[in-house]
Design a protein around this ligand. Sequence first.
Ligand SMILES: [Zn+2]
Length: 308
Amino acid sequence: MEEIYCFAGNPLDRVSQRRQDAAWVASLLENPATRVLPLHGLKPVVRHWSAASLDWQGVGPWRQLIDSGNTLILLGIRGGHAFFALDAGSTEIASDNGSVLMDARAAAPMIDGGEAAILAEARSLIDWHDRHRFCARCGAPSVVASGGWVRHCPECKAHHFPRVDPVVIMLAVRGERCLLGRGHRRPGARFSCLAGFMEPGETPEEAVRREVLEESGIQVGRVRYLASQPWPFPSSLMMGFLGEALTEEITIDPEELAEVRWFDRDEVRAMVERSRSDDPVPGLATLPPPLAIGHQIARRWAFGIDSV
Ligand SMILES: [Zn+2]
């Protein structure tokens, strides 16, 4: 069975057939067992008691914000209880000993995997609503509908749906070596798999070959899909691949990347270890942290778990 990576494995029933029933959604808010996850500037509150967890709350304290029209998302149902996310605005709230406001990237590795997946769902949707307040067709202000899964335009009657942006992320492999790149925004020595957004009219396999060729000049033949990961910054779907490199000579695209190199398995194994460390040695090559699928693709190839 495939591994489940951070932000995947959402345990909620999304009730996509029922959430357009506004009366039913409203009735869920009257149930005392219903839980709300407020996001403050897209950040959740994380509680640190015996174990770190998301700070789910009852509806009561948030009723005023809900009634005043702050974006509310029906995330789903589990165990007969409804779970909502609420845009609580950008005001920073005070942390105390038991709870702290955290960025989703920092919170995800600390909390239960299912909660991290729910957080990804909540963060992507609230961010999407915040950036899509007006109808893309006629420009009129649009309104939230279907439990937060649609924006409806009262003027031209158009419906707008939350978007997911597919990204291919791949490790090109030639024999016992693989191709890793370092971006301009990552000074130092953090390398990762090459990656890029898919374009309209393109298959994932074609996007893999195009991105590797553009960024490194390397031609890729056979492409093998591995696994995917929701990446809620803001709403990507990272689709992971191995690709069989057909050529070796690198021609870097200096606009896209600062450096692209071949690495052998031993080097990548050492980078896996360093990227797990809280205190990396400056100057030595490393990988993204384990929550990123780019880390996992490189790790699984380096240790012989996956091959192209
Ligand atoms: Zn419109």
